[in-house]
Each structure stands twice: as C-alpha cells, then as structure tokens.
Ligand binder design. Structure first.
Ligand code: RIB
Ligand code: CA
Length: 321
C-alpha cells in the first residue's frame, strides 16, 4: 500500500481522486489538505467533506485547511468550468468535519514523522506544497514521491492558450516546487496526457454513470457541469486529470511512456503567466522532473468502474443525491 496525502482544490475530478484514494486497496490515504483553486475555498471544503461522506469515511481521514489564496496573487476562479464543483449537492456541515491543524503543517508533520515514506499527490495550485518547502527546508528531501497534475508539455493551456489552471493560479508556487529538489517529482500534464489519455467521450462517461451506488450517483453529479463546459470549448469529453495522477502512483502499469525534463514556470510575463517550459534531453539541462508522455486511459477507465461499483454507506445524508 502507498501512504498518500492528497492536496486538492476539491471540485469535480478532485472528488473522484479522493474517492480513488479512499477505496482503492493500493492506497493508504492519510489525509486530505485543501488549497485555493477551482471554486471558493469554503465550497471546496464542503465538496471534500461530502466526498469523504459518500464513501462512508467522514472523520476517518483528516481534512485540513491549507492556504486559502495563492502566495502572491489574487485567487482565480474556475467556477465557469465546474459550477460549484459538486452539482449543487449539500450536506449538514459543522466544524468537527475539519481537523484544526493547518494543511501545510499537516504535510510537514507527516513527512517528518515518516521520512521517505509518504507520497503527496498535488492536484491543485501548488501553494501548500511551496509553503511547506519554504517553512521547512528539509521537506522536499523527506517526501517519497510528489505527483503533480499541472502544466502542459509543449502544448495547449486551458485557462489561457499557454497555461494550465493549477500552474496559472500560483506560478510562483509552481516554480518553488520545481526548484525544491524533490527526489521523485512526476507530472501529469493537461496537454497531451489529459486531453489524449484521460478524456472520456460522453458515451463512455454515460457508461461510467451506469452504477446506481451512492458513489456512482455522486460521480455524475460532480462531473456533469464540467463535461458540459468542456464540450462548449471543444474538449469532447469528461476530463479526469487529477484522478489519473493518483492512478499513476497506485498503478505504475498505467504509465506507457515518460521522459526526463527540466521544467520551469513563467512568473514574469502577463501574456504567458503559468506557462510550463518543459525541456527534454536535447537541451542538455539538468532535469528536475519526470513528465508522463502517455498513460493507459482505457485501463484507468476500468479502475474507475471498479471504484464506482463499490457499495458504501454514506456517513451523512447528502441532499440532492
Ligand atoms: O487544469 C486542470 C486542473 O486544474 C485540475 O486539477 C482541476 O481540478 C484544476 O485544479
Ligand atoms: Ca484539481
């Protein structure tokens, strides 16, 4: 089993990632840490709590609040993409749902308690990870693996023509992480990997939605809005960049092709803010990351089917489900 902490801006596929972390036998999900990203911070926390609840795990896996805005810049919303991130679902909510330890301290304390054992899957802006690096200069050296969803590999952005959302929202944090010296930094990009290997057509998505389990019904509710948005901008399917990032850690057989790259993030330019410069070996630069170039999207689809078929007893009633 892989001891994992998921750092997330919980909306849509972030929810699916948490479900995978909770229900995949290969994952020992130690904590969920919240970072500012997709939708309002409060709504993200609610989305994460509902996700834990629908899996029947509310209170079993600690939910920590991390940085509620980027390091230097105003927050940027993706509510146009995801709506509220959970299709209007709601659940009774109280302070007991959240662990009082700050998300950054939870990350630091976890890796100091078990150096070299804990992997982190960062599927939102990298504000928490960068803050942990700045606060504890030994942090990067004690993380077993850092799997990041972010950037594009010499391809299209999604929030601007040149930038993927997670790197765009907090480019300074992303650059701090690229420079931090993580021993095993692996990156799932928007283009090409998400667009080619982790985008399922509406027909395949509807087939995924066939499961009438609480998890299956929750999946459709949290993913519908993003699918509609995607099709409106020419991305013809349901996108799952975050969940396949955890999938690649838990199931290395999903990795069909990867390369060693020097990755840097544009922080100065307004036009190309958040652009990920990914230099392959031709450029003879010291590599800092492994960038996945091809993942087995069909095998991951079957993993998702197994998760969505899982019967669970939700911890609390989720209204609208
Ligand atoms: O660009 C896609 C990424 O940004 C996904 O992680 C999505 O959830 C948002 O965080
Ligand atoms: Ca995300």
């Amino acid at each position: 089993m892989h001891p994992v902490i998921i750092d997330t801006d919980t909306a849509q596929d972030d929810c699916v990632t948490i479900l995978l972390g909770l229900l995949d036998p290969a994952c020992d999900l130690r904590a969920v840490t919240m970072v500012a990203g997709n939708v309002t911070f409060e709504r993200q926390v609610h989305n994460a709590a509902m996700t834990l609840s629908v899996a029947g795990k509310l209170g079993e896996v600690p939910l920590h609040l991390g940085c509620d805005r980027p390091m230097m810049r105003p927050w940027v919303s993706a509510e146009d993409v995801h709506g509220d991130g959970s299709g209007g679902l709601s659940m009774e909510f109280d302070e007991s749902v959240v662990d009082p330890k700050h998300g950054v301290d939870a990350l630091i304390d976890a890796v100091n308690a078990e150096p070299g054992e804990i992997s982190i899957v960062a599927i939102g802006p990298l504000t928490n990870i960068a803050t942990a690096v700045v606060k504890d200069r030994s942090f990067a050296s004690k993380v077993k693996s850092l799997y990041v969803m972010g950037g594009s590999n010499n391809g299209r952005g999604n929030v601007t023509p040149s930038a993927e959302f997670n790197f765009y929202v907090d480019p300074e944090a992303a650059q701090i992480v690229m420079d931090a010296g993580f021993k095993d930094l692996k990156i799932v990009t928007w283009d090409p990997v998400t667009l080619v290997d982790a985008t399922y057509s509406r027909e395949d998505y509807n087939n995924l939605c066939r499961f009438k389990t609480p998890i299956g019904k929750f999946f459709r509710r949290v993913c519908d809005a993003t699918l509609d948005f995607n099709e409106s901008v020419g991305v013809m399917g349901s996108t799952h960049p975050d969940s396949i990032t955890l999938g690649a850690l838990l199931h290395p057989e999903l990795v069909l092709q990867e390369g060693s790259y020097r990755v840097d993030v544009e922080c100065q330019s307004t036009l190309t803010r958040g652009f990920s410069a990914m230099a392959w070996d031709k450029y003879d630069l010291e590599p800092n990351a492994t960038v996945f170039e091809k993942l087995d999207g069909q095998a991951f689809y079957r993993i998702l089917e197994g998760i969505l078929a899982t019967e669970t007893q939700p911890s609390r009633e989720i209204e609208g489900l």
